[in-house]
Design a binder for this molecule. Structure first.
Ligand SMILES: *[C@@H]1O[C@H](CO)[C@@H](O)[C@H](O)[C@H]1NC(C)=O
Ligand SMILES: *[C@@H]1O[C@H](CO)[C@@H](O)[C@H](O)[C@H]1NC(C)=O
Length: 440
């Protein structure tokens, strides 16, 4: 149970943490795996859990789960057998297993890390293909950037099983692309791009991602009723209807082309005040002749023409006069164009049905490397994903925050020690001269 993989793709969830082999935490703070309860006491315990947490018992499927729990200990781990690097380009950056500077557990928190700056990255992992028809599709993982990341992708792509993993690239068609993307100050967003009839549709709602050095949990839920949720750290940051927040289908209604806005419909909120008059002294020249200028000596009229004194900007010039604005007394607001049903609209019950989901891949460009991907989960059970997120991301992040605080304080102490060392010789000297004075 220790390895985080699902064997054979589809795995039924049994109860909560223990059954799924999710790591728990002992009271002394170390991480343990909660064993599946056995025997009568075990059954009683399960019954008690059922009573307390009915949602955890939703029978769902885990299609893919990857926590890199077998890659510890330095050497080549088994994870390399499950992840296939692409050779589409010859200069892809290398992924390695690492925890980064901040972590909760040196082995459990290892994830897939990009290790070289200014590189493209492409790697993917395969699982038993499935269709999400009639079920929710939950895509979740954690991502941790370097504290001062300036540019780097942090998103995942879900591919059909037909993907040639060794030739995966930015051109490989995917079903869903989801996750954070950071580049300079203007791109700090969460992508959610859906493939619909081989066209790629980005979400229209802007979603900001989190930029700091801690582990964050990203979750996308696509439901068969065509609702969706985007969650960061198990908090909903966007939700609604696929049809409204992506341009997958033509709009349901359009402006009635047979009706035009009445001519007397006033849409301007403000108009010029007819009472306002231009002051008589408003119009003055914009430039004045510089009367202090003198014709340079040796000015040759024959060659250079008549001498003109230079012009200076008039400090009293107020620009063009415009009447004051007042609220439009006839203002009626925006004209509501009457709507009619769009003849081109046709609902599609299979709006987000992907029939052959089989590969999860990272296809990235990173200016600043060091991003760590971990705790990948593809399931149809949102409650389970939430629970799994709490046990992996929350515990990790809390420990990272603590470690960060410790590192900041250590750094402060180190600086203080350095400063003291510098002061010491001076003190000695002062002390020495004081002693000398006394001796005198
Ligand atoms: C790799 O993929 C590209 C398109 O992304 C395609 O043109 C090329 O033929 C593929 N190469 C192989 C060896 O399949
Ligand atoms: C939706 O998919 C089902 C097959 O799973 C198919 O029978 C049906 O025709 C599809 N509907 C549309 C509108 O494409």
């Amino acid at each position: 149970m220790r390895s985080g993989q699902t064997e054979g793709g589809r795995e039924l969830l049994r109860g909560t943490k223990g059954g799924a082999g999710v790591r728990g935490r002992a009271s002394n703070g170390s991480i343990v795996l909660v064993p599946v309860p056995m025997g009568l006491w075990g059954l009683l315990a399960v019954a008690w859990l059922v009573a307390l947490h009915p949602p955890f018992l939703a029978r769902g499927a885990v299609y893919f789960r990857e926590q890199f729990l077998d890659g510890g200990g330095g050497g080549a781990g088994k994870w390399q057998a499950r992840w296939v690097p692409s050779h589409h380009r010859s200069d892809y950056g290398t992924f390695r297993l690492a925890t980064g500077k901040l972590y909760s557990d040196r082995d459990l928190d290892k994830g897939l890390q990009t290790s070289e700056d200014l590189k493209f990255y492409a790697i993917s992992s395969r699982f038993k293909p499935f269709s999400n028809e009639g079920r929710p599709l939950v895509i979740q993982y954690t991502v941790k950037h370097k504290q001062r990341i300036d540019c780097g992708g942090g998103y995942v792509k879900i591919f059909p099983s037909s993907l040639d993993q060794k030739n995966m690239s930015g051109e490989s068609p995917y079903y869903v692309m989801f996750g954070p993307d950071i580049c300079s100050s203007d791109t700090k967003k969460v992508h959610a791009i859906l493939n619909y009839k081989n066209k790629f549709h980005p979400i229209k709602k802007p979603i900001r991602c989190i930029v700091d050095g801690f582990t964050h949990l990203y979750t996308l839920v696509l439901n068969p009723d065509h609702t969706y949720k985007v969650k960061i750290d198990n908090r909903v940051v966007a939700s609604g209807f696929l049809e409204e927040d992506w341009d997958l289908l033509p709009p349901r209604t359009i402006d009635d082309p047979a009706v035009e806005k009445p001519e007397d419909w006033e849409e301007e909120e403000e108009v010029d005040d007819p009472e306002d008059q231009k002051p008589e002294d408003w119009d003055i020249p914009e430039f004045l002749v510089d009367t202090s200028a003198e014709k340079p000596k040796g000015w040759e009229e024959a060659k250079e023409g008549d001498w003109q004194p230079p012009l200076l900007p008039n400090p009293l010039y107020r620009g063009e006069w415009r009447p004051r604005k007042i609220p439009n007394p006839k203002y009626k607001g925006a004209w509501p164009h009457p709507q009619i049903a769009n003849p081109e609209y046709e609902p599609d019950v299979n709006l987000s049905v992907y029939r052959d989901i089989g590969v999860l891949g990272l296809d990235l460009w990173q200016v600043r490397s060091g991003t760590i991907f971990d705790n990948f989960l593809i399931t149809d059970d949102e409650d389970y994903a939430e629970d799994f997120g709490e046990e992996t991301w929350r515990e990790t992040q809390e420990a990272e925050q603590k470690m960060n605080q410790q590192q900041i304080e250590e750094e402060k102490r180190r600086k203080q020690r350095m400063a003291k060392k510098k002061e010491r010789p001076q003190k000695k000297k002062l002390l020495g001269s004081a002693v000398q004075k006394e001796e005198l």
